[in-house]
Design a protein around this ligand. Structure first.
Ligand SMILES: Nc1ncnc2c1ncn2[C@@H]1O[C@H](COP(=O)(O)OP(=O)(O)O)[C@@H](O)[C@H]1O
Ligand SMILES: [Mg+2]
Length: 275
């Protein structure tokens, strides 16, 4: 199907491009950055040092992250837990370039993004897969069109069979028979699997997931994270997953704990620290 024949896809693509683009730049712009050139084997995929973050201005300015230090290596699956309001989502949005880092150092795929331009952040965002608590699928697009859209953000895929790639990815997540379904016809677990397919179809080096099982029952939640784990291991992708769900902690290579904006050391005893 051609993009011209699908105005709703065009609209959705534009919406997503706006999300991934800064309004001051052309929506179609792209930079020739090859992430594999930026990362050496010695360098962690994510390297954070002395990161601080503040919300508000003047007298209302409030610090929410305090001197965060963290290194994550290629292929690692790290789970972050901690009470509500402790700063987990804020930290994830900084790592993903969805929010500008203010103070300290934040290196993603070898590139310093603290103080990076909006254009640099836009390029970074295309190299990261995001999975949110609510699946955030476009309701007026089918499962396949939702997955396709993530490929359409990458110019290098435009000459390839993106329909075929989207369908193969949906088959991988067990949705071969749901390719042409709209989200409203899918269960919560199926929608989250479409979101996983969308996040992983372009083989990102990093996947950031914010409470991806929060809206799912026990079995669907487990299935979804096991699928993420399997695909990530196959693709050599690094995952940072925020969760309150202590039933999925065992998929992690490492567990870290955020409390009151402070990142506690690794190897924390999760049975006593969960809230
Ligand atoms: N956009 C924002 N403006 C002002 N304060 C915010 C904003 N987003 C989050 N906060 C505050 O920052 C703190 C951390 O929030 P958040 O990162 O969402 O925590 P968590 O994900 O761990 O629940 C909370 O006190 C929250 O109220
Ligand atoms: Mg949160």
């Amino acid at each position: 199907m051609y993009r011209e024949q699908l105005p709703c896809v065009n609209y959705a693509l534009l919406t997503l491009r706006i999300f991934f683009s800064d309004k001051t730049f052309m929506l179609q712009e792209s930079l020739p950055i090859n992430s594999s050139e930026l990362v050496t084997n010695l360098e962690p995929v994510i390297a954070v040092s002395n990161l601080n973050h503040y919300f508000g201005e003047g007298g209302l300015r409030k610090q929410v992250l305090f001197y965060i230090n963290l290194e994550i290596k290629a292929g690692e699956i790290v789970i972050m837990t901690g009470p509500s309001g402790s700063g987990k989502t804020t930290f994830l949005t900084l790592l993903g370039g969805l929010r500008s880092a203010q103070e300290g150092s934040l290196k993603i795929l070898g590139q310093e993004i603290c103080g990076a331009s909006k254009r640099e952040l836009t390029v970074l965002r295309r190299q990261i897969g995001y999975i949110f608590q609510a699946h955030n699928l476009m309701t007026f697009l089918t499962a396949k069109e939702n997955v396709r859209m993530s490929l359409e953000l990458h110019d290098e895929y435009l000459n390839q069979d993106i329909d075929g790639k989207a369908i193969t990815m949906l088959e991988t997540v067990g949705l071969a028979d749901r390719v042409n379904y709209y989200p409203e016809k899918l269960s919560g677990g199926q929608k989250q699997r479409v979101a996983i397919a969308r996040a992983l179809v372009s083989h990102p080096k990093i996947v950031l997931a914010d409470e991806p099982t929060a809206a799912l029952d026990k079995k669907s939640g487990r299935d979804v994270v096991e699928l993420m784990q399997k695909l990530a291991k196959e693709q050599g992708c690094t995952i940072l997953l925020v969760t309150h769900d202590n039933r999925i902690l065992d998929i992690a290579d490492r567990i870290i704990y955020m409390e009151d904006g402070l990142l506690k050391s690794d190897g924390v005893d999760v049975t006593t620290s969960m809230h």
